[in-house]
Structures are given as structure tokens and as C-alpha cells.
Write a protein that binds this ligand. Sequence first.
Ligand code: NAP
Length: 227
Amino acid sequence: MRHALIIGGSRGLGLGLVREHLARGWHVTTTQRTASADLDALSRESGGRLALETLDITSVPQAQALSDRLAGRSFDLLFLNAGIMAGRGADLRQVPDDDIQALFLTNAISPIRVADTLARHVTPGGMIAFMSSILGSIGTNDDGRAELYRASKAALNSLIRSFRARHAAAGITVLAMHPGVVRTSMGGPTAPLDIETSVRGVADTIAARWGAGGQAFVDYRNQIIPW
Ligand SMILES: NC(=O)c1ccc[n+]([C@@H]2O[C@H](COP(=O)([O-])OP(=O)(O)OC[C@H]3O[C@@H](n4cnc5c(N)ncnc54)[C@H](OP(=O)(O)O)[C@@H]3O)[C@@H](O)[C@H]2O)c1
């Protein structure tokens, strides 16, 4: 039975990914920064297949402590989902420096730091997936909207490629994923996709690319996106 470690499962797409993988028969370990009643309920119903951990991805010591707690454990899939939005629609000159720092630290630097810390728990032939966004694609940026957020995801994509180069010998498949535009607290109530459709597509894409090796930037329909 496959085991996934999903970082940032408290709500939104992360919670959806936890639900979807449990429904597919996986064992799941997920992290929450904020205690999640939904995860508690899922864990009680999971028949021991869902384990909960705590992690703020911006804390290097917390990531190391998680790795220590997981000593001797291995996972087929490590999914770095947690992310934030900041500065949408704002003039760059008016966005507080603290917001910019939090955005890049959370969306670009921390997923890679956490992945570097936890990579030793990923089985050879397994997968590490990062929740990117089509807005992180430099090649398709013609409208410029959400420019700070998209720059943070472009930075993440660059760091993903460097991460993959550093871990090339490990025989893992590395994905940068776009989940679609989804009705979560980040995506908003008018986004076209519901969470269930998005995470089903993300899980299908993971299954389709299992064991492929290398790296890819793909959406929830397994369509390649230009970096
Ligand atoms: N929704 C979309 O349309 C869309 C499109 C493209 C990409 N994405 C990406 O998909 C991912 C999930 O987004 P979402 O739509 O599900 O957003 P969401 O509903 O706002 O959920 C964000 C998740 O990230 C967690 N998180 C944020 N900062 C964290 C930190 N420092 N440490 C640990 N966890 C942290 C949150 O935990 P708390 O509960 O503790 O706050 C929450 O679980 C993000 O990376 C986002 O950029 C979303």
C-alpha cells in the first residue's frame, strides 16, 4: 500500500488531496500549521490510515523536528502543497516589505527547504510534487496579473529545477503542479473548478507520471505547461 506525506493538509486543496488519496486506498500522513477539525474527523474515520503532524513550513527547526519524528519511515509521495497569496492587484510600491518577504519565504523558499529536509524519507522511484501555479509560468505571462504571487511561483519553479538537479541521483520524479483555478479561500467563490475535480485530476496526473523520472510542469489534466 502506498504512503503519501502531504504538507499543508488543514483545508482547501491540501485537505482535498488527503481525502482523495485516502479514497484511493493510500496511507496518508499530513501536516497542519493550524489545528484542523476536518482533519481530526477524517483521521477518526480513516481506520488508522491518516496520521497528523504539525508544521509551519517557514520554520527550518520545525521541519527538522518532523524529519526526526519520522525517522525510519518512508513515503512513496511527498506533496508540498502549502502556499499563500499576497499583494493581488496592488501597486508594488504599496505592498509592505513584510508581506513580500512572507510571500516569497512561504511560496518559494520554504517548500524547497522542507523538501530538502524530508527527501531522505522518499522511497527510490517515488515522487516529490510541489503545488505551483500556471501563474508561475514565465513563458505564458502575457497579462501580468497577480504579479507578486506569480513571481513567487516562478521563483518556486526555478528552485524546483535546482532541487531536482541536486537530487537527480535519487531516482525520484519531480512535478511542479497547477491544480486549476479552484474554489478555495485563495481561489475565491467564483473560481471555475471545485476542489474534488481538481484533486481528482492532480491524483490522476500523479498516477500517470508515476516512475517516469525527471521533472515536469503539468496541470491537473496532465497537460504540460511551459516553464
Ligand atoms: N486555489 C487555486 O485556484 C490555486 C491555483 C493555483 C495554485 N494554488 C496553490 O495551491 C496551494 C493550496 O492553495 P489553496 O487554494 O488550497 O489555498 P488555501 O485554501 O488558502 O489553503 C492554504 C493552505 O496552506 C497552508 N499554509 C499556508 N502557509 C503555511 C505555512 N507557513 N505553514 C504551513 N502551512 C501553511 C494553510 O494552512 P493554515 O490553515 O494553517 O492557514 C492551508 O492549509 C497553494 O500553494 C496555492 O498557491 C491554488
